[in-house]
Design a protein around this ligand. Sequence first.
Ligand code: C5P
Length: 321
Amino acid sequence: MPCDASIPAGARAVTAVAPAKINLHLGVGDVRGDGYHDLLTVYRAVDLWERVTVSLDDDEVVVTGPGAPQVPTDRTNLAARAVDLLRDEAGSDARIAIRIHKGVPVAGGMAGGSADAAAALVATDRLLGLGLGRAALEERAARLGSDVPFCIRGGTALGTGRGEKLATLLHARAEQHIVVALADGGLSTPTVFAELDRLRAERDPADPERGLPRAGGVDPLVAALAGDDPAAVAGLLANDMEAAALSLMPALRRTLCVGREAGALHGMVSGSGPTCLFFCTDRDHAIAVAAEISEHGVAREVRVTRGPVGGAHIVDDPTGK
Ligand code: C5P
């Protein structure tokens, strides 16, 4: 995995990686009193990684890789908040440098910032020798953001609450090959949730549904994920956020159209967008669909990935612990 975030010689440093997430099903309920929305989601970790190195050094945040200039380098950075949370809790006054290498689209609806926080939690736990278990790290993760616990856990999981309550779907092993089409610009998650509320409120109150069509239950999808038919899985994918993302960024309709016409089994917006995902039968099919999408110039960048993959983990610990 490429990483140009260099560590000063002799520094004690730990590196961890955490995966991007996609939502195979993203059902969004009404807005709650605390401003969040209840979710029913099937998360899946895919093979795009954020890489975070923490070292005993000056307090600083350095970000490299695609989209790096858009990422804050002050203490609002989600990885910095993760480091601060564990350091404060441990009563440590260690100065900790954070180096982040972006492998997940920034503001793309794939939880890149959440993956930074997940990797930072796992790496800082090791750096400071805290020995927090996975459950304790996931509890800290939930305080940092709704998607952060899943970026620690990885695999395929049912998410409820605001997305932070997880149940691993052990049998959901069906592999997927996915084309990821990055859009020009990003969408902020709260803005897309607000647009969904607006679209739903705009609907005729006499409409018994009182809103846009909503994704139903997840049982058929979970059953299909235990099998090995990519078309059956693709036919059950759903995203309530898609209408809101398309309303804010209508150009995505064309991207979806091109990917579907290129033969993808299914195309949809990833989470709150604007990244679009195209589900394919196998890797060769995904490469062919990616080439078509590139040729049409409807995406800033096109990548091929696969899932599921595991969650956040340490990749380099020079202390040898
Ligand atoms: O949890 P996180 O900090 O990632 O959420 C960012 C924002 O997205 C929240 O402040 C909220 O506006 C919106 N959100 C939501 N419902 C969720 C998750 C996020 O409305 N379940």
